[in-house]
Design a protein around this ligand. Sequence first.
Ligand code: G1P
Length: 310
Amino acid sequence: MVWGMTDAVPHTNSAFRTAVVPAAGMGTRFLPATKTVPKELLPVVDTPGIELVAGEAADSGAGRLVIVTSPGKDGVVAHFVEDLVLESKLKESGKYHLLEKVRKAPGLLEVESVVQDQPLGLGHAVSCAESVLDDDEDAIAVLLPDDLVMPRGVLETMARVRQKRGGTVLCAIDVPKDQVSSYGVFEVETVPDAVNPDVLKVTGMVEKPAIEDAPSTFAAAGRYILDRSIFEALRRIEPGAGGELQLTDAIALLIKDGHPVHVVVHRGTRHDLGNPGGYIRAAVDFALNSDEYGPSLREWLTDRLKRADS
Ligand code: G1P
């Protein structure tokens, strides 16, 4: 089903025009809230995480968002549907700033959903999007909605790298060594002719390695530009880390086949909305930057931290 902007998917970015957002997970780390509210709808200040990620996809030139969802998570896609009754109420009562806020999500880009009916892993979730791609789409972007990568712009850099070097381009962050086991980790080498030193060639990738087995501290940060050949690789993988079909393992197959894979190392901020601790940090970070809530939050926090032991 298709919601949001109804025109044909525009050709807005020459590297990709479809952005896939896997959002089928159960959000177990957020129970009990996620018993009825999908994790992706939890607000970062006043905006659901999924809308922030959709905004990033639209900014990067995507014309269509494919949300991979699971039965019972309809609210995630409903967030992108116009609510004409709410809009007319807000208009009648002159609440134009709120009207602007509720109109934002449906106006960002065309939104479509596909259902992942079994929780078989991220690789399986991405493979569910293949059926809705147009024949001429030779790459897709994937954005994990747990990851907020800021400031925006890394996807544009990644798109430029794909235009120059072809293949698959991923986003890496340099994480402390004791955290590598939470991520997909890259084995990398420098690119002799790279103008940007943060563009590296990937020679291997492993999902959630033991600390002693990690090939580096460069970890996948939830932003991917995947060549369409990923779907053929996804058909070849077996269950991996955690017994799940891992996107990392399909990327590792592409590397083995000699397909070019690069990373752009992101040197800014990355928040992990997937657990309460990371989510709170993101909310505080966004709130501190807000004209509306920032000044009083800063004052309260400063005072609260003086009483840190109470
Ligand atoms: C997923 C990916 C992993 C990546 C991480 C980034 O793991 O499988 O490679 O580094 O997202 O957030 P998850 O956090 O879903 O376990």
